[in-house]
Design a protein around this ligand. Sequence first.
Ligand SMILES: Cc1ncc(COP(=O)(O)O)c(/C=C/C(=O)C(=O)O)c1O
Length: 346
Amino acid sequence: MSGVLIRYKELLPITENTPMITLHEGDTPLIYANNLSKKYGIDVWLKYEGMNPTGSFKDRGMVVAIAKALEEKSEMVICASTGNTAASAAAYAALTNLKAFVVLPEKAIALGKLAQAIMYGAKIISVKGNFDDALKLVREISQKFPITLVNSINPYRLEGQKTAAFEICDVLKRNPENLAIPVGNAGNISAYWMGFKEYYKIGKIKELPKMLGFQAEGAAPLVKGHPIPNPQTIATAIKIGNPASWDKAINAVRESSGLIDTVSDEEILEAQKELASKEGVFVEPASAASWAGVKKLLKENRFPGEEVVCVLTGHGLKDPDIAIKQAKIDISIEPKIEEFQKIIEK
Ligand SMILES: Cc1ncc(COP(=O)(O)O)c(/C=C/C(=O)C(=O)O)c1O
């Protein structure tokens, strides 16, 4: 049987009472980007987390958080979300007959994610504010009501998400030299670092990678060094002004001698297009921040080394609006072969 709970049982907080649930999350592709590696002169690997059951890396952590909630006889779960946590919580709650409340910043959720939360049957609550306001509210709710909070402040979330670091090392049979990752609420960069350190401790890898975190220019509290009250970016998944795992993320960057930097919305959209058109890997804008950041470092001659694994955190179909806005329908013709003839002869 596949799934995160089974595959890394010994390294997860699993007891004999933990229900071994799964939507067959994890074991996502680690793709060698031939074209990008050739063009940019470094080895580029893509960890395609969009291939998880609900289309983002959130499933890794959610399966552990929901399994532990069931073990603790919880009947309701809640999360604030920019969309992917909500989609994942709704899916695993559906699987396990838990009631899920998802609290979303109004008018800021990508279409695909909203569709998922609706179809999986979550109770959708839209708040008049941003993600940070929503997170503050759900923290208060989970203190006051018998509802398990499943945001990445729930330690079981990071426990599950660290398994992506294990998978990368298992496939490469070593640690990667550098890991590039988008940073919003900062749980994922913290979870990867936790995973690499655990693998190092048990002798599975001989060295530790540098952690290269990237935030959107208009939503970069970790880079600016203070919360951003009104974060702005087209990459709605990382439109977060006050990350819950702030200290863990800074610690991961510091301990790994890595860095945290910003990328513009333009650089994000360019990277999203390049990943799709050059490697056939379609990711949502926030995910492309990892590749956009590597390109920025290469351009400024600051890239540390010769290899990188870019974490591509969510599938491109999550945010079709953004993708369609980038495209233009090239040609419209009468459905006649002669019309096509004119095109191909140009
Ligand atoms: C596609 C995608 N890429 C990157 C991030 C940033 O990860 P963290 O730095 O661990 O927050 C998110 C985060 C989304 C939420 O926080 C949510 O869904 O509420 C994401 O969906």
